[in-house]
Design a binder for this molecule. Structure first.
Ligand code: G2H
Length: 249
């Protein structure tokens, strides 16, 4: 049985002091032993958020990371920096990073390999544009993202990974994919993992849905056979996140 994982993706929101306020507000609302709860926060908020989350079930994650160990890479954050700060999860290849910061399947793959090397669990994002969906190439595109993203990742590593399926047309638009659309693609992603590795790896890997998830849509989405939780943007900044985490109560 896969444990559900519900992660907030704060994106570029909340100053360090606001981060502490938000964690303190959400802490009592996010207790649910059936779910792994993660807040992926801006780099500058990691340490204060971690302090504020102490003693709770909330793990703090990063929203990005570089694939080199250290050196002349002005503005970047290394895997060792995240590990030293106590970070356990990192979002990689979010569509906003692919669109605005030139992330490619290849750079995502380098980051995936580094994350595993340092014992950080990657939450690797994939998802199609509206145009791709309408052209009927959704799965070809996502398969490519998954296959390149997981290049040289071992089966044992892949078993611990998280994939977030986020259709780009549903991100921050208020348009959630229907439960059927989300389940269909998540099942195909699991099939793709079975093809790359084996059935045991496909059965172990956790696949989230992301894209305008809210307290109303979460219960149905998370009840699907191949949806193991969600990556939540806008609604992770509000009390609603507690309801999303407690989707089964
Ligand atoms: C998709 C999601 C979080 P939102 O980007 O990764 O954001 O829930 O605001 O659509």
């Amino acid at each position: 049985m896969r444990k559900k994982i519900v992660a907030g993706n704060w994106k570029m929101n909340k100053t360090p002091s606001e981060a502490v306020e938000l964690v303190n507000m959400l802490k009592p609302l996010c207790a649910n032993e059936d779910v792994d709860v993660v807040f992926c926060v801006p780099a500058i908020d990691i340490i204060p958020a971690m302090e504020a989350a102490k003693g709770s079930n909330i793990a703090i994650g990063a929203e990005n990371m570089y694939y080199e160990e250290s050196g002349a890479y002005t503005g970047e954050i290394s895997p060792a920096m995240l590990v030293d700060a106590g970070v356990k999860y990192v979002v990689l290849g979010h569509s906003e990073r692919r669109e605005y910061f030139a992330e490619t399947n290849e750079t995502v793959n380098k980051k995936m390999l580094k994350a595993f090397e340092h014992g950080i669990t990657p939450i690797m994002c994939c998802g199609e544009t509206l145009e791709q969906r309408e052209q009927g190439v959704t799965m070809d595109f996502i398969r490519q993202q998954v296959k390149v993203g997981f290049l040289n990742v071992t089966a044992d590593q892949a078993k611990t990974a998280v994939i977030a399926y986020e259709p780009i047309w549903a991100i921050g638009t208020g348009k959630t994919a229907t439960t059927e659309q989300a389940q269909e693609v998540c099942a195909e992603i699991r099939k793709c993992i079975a093809e790359i590795y084996d059935d045991a790896t496909a059965a172990a890997i956790r696949i989230q849905y992301g894209g305008s998830v809210n307290a109303k849509t979460a219960p149905d989405l998370f009840a699907q056979a191949d949806i193991d939780g969600g990556l939540v943007g806008g609604a992770s900044l509000k009390a609603d996140f507690g309801q999303i985490v407690n989707y089964n109560k």
